[in-house]
Ligand binder design. Sequence first.
Ligand SMILES: Nc1ncnc2c1ncn2[C@@H]1O[C@H](COP(=O)(O)OP(=O)(O)OP(=O)(O)O)[C@@H](O)[C@H]1O
Length: 310
Amino acid sequence: MTTKTTHTGPGPAPAVSFTGAVKTFGEVRAVAGLDLTIAPGETVALLGRNGAGKSTTISLLLGLDEPDAGRVQLFGGAPQDAVRAGRVGAMLQEGKAVPRVTVGELVGFVAGRYPDPMDVGEALRLAGIEELAGRRVDKLSGGQTQRVRFAVALAGNPALIVLDEPTAALDVEARHAFWASMRAYARRGHTVLFSTHYLEEADAHADRIVVIDHGRVVADGTGEELRRAAGGSLVCFDLAGRGTEGLALLPGVVSVEVTGERARLRTEDPDATVMALAALDAVRNLEVAPASLDDAFMALTADPRDLERV
Ligand SMILES: Nc1ncnc2c1ncn2[C@@H]1O[C@H](COP(=O)(O)OP(=O)(O)OP(=O)(O)O)[C@@H](O)[C@H]1O
């Protein structure tokens, strides 16, 4: 349950705080005991595969839904209070353009509903769409529309902005422009939480990546820390008829996957793993590569039943 104000520790309250939050839909535990704290000024990416619980987490955070158990707070108080006060701006997945009004009128209208709004020109400038101020909102490209939605999210002059898959369906150039706007906002010391399926975007634009799976946080750190947590390197080789027994026990090895005749060992110590493989005379078509963030993500969110483990 959300409660009014309970932050009593020293220093400013966290921008976002989830404590054991649970949200269930029938049989589905969409959010299953989520703990997450985001400090003011951080830019955090929420990463997870389809159905991991990202959108439900964001709904709880914005007070659009109440947790069944646990607590969700923004700036030490109830999410609804922070939203009402204009301290939170959001760009959610759905949302249709309002016909006929201009971009400037729309942002001005939204700004007028907040107690301490951002100047409209400032919101347009931050979103990089000053030149679109007089254009009708229903006659814009996908990339332009997304940046207008960003300007709308900025209108209340929020300290925290929440973006649910903000660059889905944007081309490379539009994405680039969008992230430039987001970073300009973050540079002012504001807090940003965005969800994405794009690992490279999370790595490039967030200070911290929070991976969620089955409604829980399964990893939390920088891209580099996630790569390391999942096992720093991959050692691949042809089994050439050899069995897989004992591979998981080799030095450094964190996991073993086998696809056809090819074995992929995730290892924290590639040198030691390769030496041990050489001693076993098992180095046919050997390849050693640093684990990518993709690899790390797969390892962190893989269903153990999807993997052939030894
Ligand atoms: N209103 C709802 N009613 C019933 N089930 C729901 C509802 N909202 C979400 N779910 C279920 O909760 C789980 C988490 O969904 P959620 O939308 O939060 O995931 P997500 O990580 O945002 O997924 P995606 O990347 O596909 O947007 C899924 O199994 C989903 O089917």
